[in-house]
Design a protein around this ligand. Sequence first.
Ligand SMILES: [Cu+2]
Length: 174
Amino acid sequence: MKTNSTPTRFIVVAAALLLTLTGCAGTPGTPAPTADTTPAGNALTVTDAWVKAADGGMSAAFGLLENSGTEDITVTSAESPAAPVLELHETVANASGDTVMQKKEDGFVIPSGGTIALAPGGNHIMMMGLTAALKAGDETTVTLTLSDGSSYVFTAPVKDYTGANETYQGGTAK
Ligand SMILES: [Cu+2]
């Protein structure tokens, strides 16, 4: 009798402990805190956004991008219902001295605590193959994808603007 009871009791206790642990793990609770992994999208703000009015073809989106975070933010791509293809462009002088725009392969980098301005004649978000005319007074949305996988959506009113019609490197901006 005596030699039997001790192991049995031990097994019961062990089983109860296992149940407790399993029950604990299965309980829905608060996930482990992820303190210093704030998505870049939370630190980004876009103000003074606007899109150039156009009957079709190409247009561009502009605005002031501000980074209130402690890490640099890189915008890697953009999307909008206004056009199937959006590209991040910079404006540069080419070998013959003409002002041309081209894809900014490394994306737009907004330094920690700093800003970058997207403006005619400078960096901008190119919209190619407009799905419909963009008329002054309309508005559209632009979604920016950031290098950490987070995103930022802003609404931009459409405005008439003439000037800064740079040539697209390898094509014509019309
Ligand atoms: Cu462009």
